[in-house]
Design a protein around this ligand. Structure first.
Ligand SMILES: C[S@@+](CC[C@H](N)C(=O)[O-])C[C@H]1O[C@@H](n2cnc3c(N)ncnc32)[C@H](O)[C@@H]1O
Ligand code: SF4
Length: 327
């Protein structure tokens, strides 16, 4: 294991149609959410297993009160080289300086469109200007690299791939395109609406020629490409049509402390119950080792096999919602 993703809250100030389209969900009770101290303890314990990167996510991580305090705590953990955050950017303008001061150095911001009306339609509650202000505030605060995540959905924003690339190139941000996936149980996903990694790559390459660089550490979800003219890089995550289960080194901790070994899992191991029962570091490590060494997840591999044979029905698979899991 190399990459620990921690969901710090299941709440979100947006309602992206492809992620959490409903107004209300069965929210996790506040006392069930891991405290900053509990999260720091888990992160410290995971270091012994080879974790190199901790990513904070959600839900929307910046709606968690005083998130910079958690960053400050994690930054103090000796041997934890890389802390990063994935955010929708709406609250970034007001928090970028505090996050940087607490020790955050890099960030991913999700932005699927550069058109204000489309942005509102996609996120249901989002204001594009606020997100853009957040991205530029992050740059001003010194966060680098700034990676911008865009989910490309056919008939929704697939006509903006070049505009997004151009925006990234002009401002020094790295665009990362994500194939639309059937996360959670409510996003109305269909394969026809997934714009494939190959389609995205061909579109960009025709306008801005690219060369493949490969996956960071060999196991990152994104395949990186650099522009032949030297104007930076992009990444594409082909989770649906080019699944990478066999090289996956990711582990997820849900906001309520469940340890999950796959984004498409149906359930997780209740690490919080173990922690709150007074378990020693040794007990916790033994459970984590057992879970990791016995995991058999290869959901995306199987989905792709079934999709190609026409046997896949998303609704047949009950998954934990992505907002709980941490995307
Ligand atoms: C679940 S969000 C959590 C962090 C934060 N709220 C944000 O939007 O960046 C993490 C990432 O998952 C992506 N995502 C959500 N639903 C998706 C889907 N159905 N297919 C592909 N990516 C998805 C989002 O675009 C975002 O980049
Ligand atoms: S993608 Fe992020 S911002 Fe959008 S609803 Fe999901 S958690 Fe919220």
């Amino acid at each position: 294991m190399r990459d620990l993703r921690i969901s710090v809250t299941d709440r979100c100030n947006f309602r992206c149609t492809y992620c959490m389209p409903f107004d209300e969900y069965q929210w996790i009770e506040r006392h069930e959410v891991l405290s900053f101290e509990e999260i720091e303890r888990v992160a410290r314990l995971f270091l012994d297993f080879g974790i190199e990167k901790v990513r904070l996510t959600g839900g929307e991580p910046l709606v968690r009160k005083d998130l910079h305090r958690l960053i400050a705590g994690l930054s103090k953990i000796e041997g934890l080289p890389d802390i990063t955050l994935t955010t929708n950017g709406a609250l970034l303008a007001s928090q970028a300086d505090a996050l940087y001061a607490a020790g955050l150095r890099r960030i991913n911001v999700s932005i699927d469109t550069l058109r204000p009306d489309r942005f509102l339609a996609l996120t249901k509650r989002g204001n594009l200007d606020e997100v853009l202000a957040g991205i530029f505030a992050a740059k001003k605060a010194g966060l680098a690299p700034i990676k911008l995540n865009a989910v490309i959905i056919r008939g929704t924003n697939d006509d903006e791939v070049i505009d997004l690339v151009d925006f990234g190139r002009r401002n020094g941000f790295e665009m990362r395109f994500i194939e639309y996936m059937d996360v959670g149980n409510a996003s109305g996903w269909s394969l026809e609406r997934t714009v494939t990694k190959k389609e995205i790559l061909d579109t960009i390459h025709a306008r801005f020629p690219l060369r493949e660089v490969g996956r960071e550490h060999g196991s990152a979800p994104a395949v990186d490409y650099e522009f032949l003219d030297g104007a930076g890089e992009i990444g594409i995550i082909g989770s649906v049509t080019e699944p990478f289960c066999s090289s996956c080194t990711r582990l997820r901790l849900t906001a309520d402390g469940k340890l999950v070994t796959c984004l498409f899992a149906e359930s997780g191991f209740d690490l919080k119950a173990l922690i709150r029962s007074g378990a020693s570091d040794e007990d916790i490590r033994a459970q984590v080792a057992r879970i990791w060494s016995t995991r058999v997840d290869r959901y995306s591999d199987l989905r792709w096999e079934q999709l190609r044979s026409g046997a896949y029905e998303s609704r047949d698979h009950k998954k934990i919602e992505m907002i709980t899991l941490g995307g």
